[in-house]
Design a protein around this ligand. Structure first.
Ligand code: MLT
Ligand code: MN
Ligand code: ZN
Length: 305
């Protein structure tokens, strides 16, 4: 295979709330607060990709974005008085862990902001995002399954995966948690003959999704929970993973089983909730996912393709 310059950098490997979560004393968070060795803090859900090493696309803007930029030299300004390597920003849903960081990107810096019409409408409905000056930030609606240039030399397309509306838009009625539409999308990216996927939220595997991702060089996938009832059993919440619109790793309908027969070069779990036992390097669950061919993402992990 020819050489490639395609690179992906994990800025934040954790789900909403991060690890540890500010108000949490679950087994994992308590281990962190106690200073247990090998238990590393993780910031909230985001990756960045590049082809030329100069221009980067940010996939999801987490509330931890400022710290993520500080921690990763590739994200620092390089030229002149005002500069950022971040020239494109793409949102995969309208959740706060993926949008709050936009408020960090507001100092009259030009970039393209990509999302589906529905995801951009979540921003439009909230006047706080008017802080992003339209003279600098171009909001570009993307049609599902229609390729577009995310960066020079990098073609992306967005596709529906089962999910739900953002938590703060759920309202009081019943919520469909595996809706396929413009609210929750996966990202396919092609550059230098490589094909990678970024799917930080997905309620379940579908035949369409399995067919699409087969043969990919790399996938970053929803690793929110190990088991569906994990938060309830740990006494830190009432919700299952399914209720939150997230597939779990374990079980017959889990992601480990769903990916078993799909050929993919490298499989990485991210968007990991602070309750997920795979965050502990010595956990049996960590061995299970690694034996199944998965890597558990860490902040700062970089993958060259
Ligand atoms: C999720 O992924 O389920 C959301 O980020 C939850 C949240 O908004 O906190
Ligand atoms: Mn999330
Ligand atoms: Zn916790």
């Amino acid at each position: 295979m020819t050489a490639s310059r395609f690179r992906a950098l994990v800025l934040g490997a954790a789900a909403g709330g991060g690890f540890p979560q500010w108000n949490c004393n679950c087994a994992n968070c308590a281990a962190f607060w106690a200073g247990e060795e090998g238990v590393e803090a993780l910031s909230q859900s985001s990756i960045a990709v590049t082809v030329d090493g100069e221009n980067w696309a940010l996939l999801n803007a987490s509330p931890d974005l400022r710290g993520q930029i500080l921690a990763n030299p590739a994200m620092h300004p390089k030229h002149g008085k005002r500069h950022s390597p971040l020239v494109s920003v793409l949102l995969t849903n309208g959740d706060l862990d993926h949008t709050a960081g936009l408020l960090t990107l507001r100092e009259k810096q030009s970039y393209n902001l990509f999302g589906t019409g529905e995801i951009l409408s979540v921003l439009e409905a909230n006047p706080v995002f008017e802080a992003l000056d339209p003279a600098f930030v171009s909001r570009i609606p993307i049609v599902l399954d229609k390729p577009f240039d995310l960066l020079p030399g990098l073609t992306a397309s967005l596709f529906a995966v089962p999910g739900k509306v953002p938590l703060f838009l759920e309202g009081d009625g019943p919520v469909q948690t595996d809706m396929q539409g413009e609210f929750t999308v996966g990202v396919e990216m092609r550059a230098d003959g490589r094909r990678i996927y970024y799917i930080p939220g997905c309620a379940r595997m579908t035949p369409d999704l399995a067919a699409r991702i087969g043969g990919a060089d790399l996938i970053f996938f929803d690793g929110t929970l190990f088991e569906d009832d994990e938060m309830i059993r740990m006494g830190v919440g009432q919700k299952t993973g399914a209720r939150m619109g997230h597939i779990s790793m374990a079980g017959p309908d889990g992601s480990i089983a769903a990916f078993r027969d799909i050929e993919i070069g490298r499989k990485v779990f991210l968007h990991i909730n602070n309750t997920n036992p795979v965050l502990r390097p010595d956990a049996e669950e960590r061995r299970i996912v690694e034996n199944a061919g998965w890597t558990v993402a860490r902040d700062g992990m970089e993958i060259s393709l």
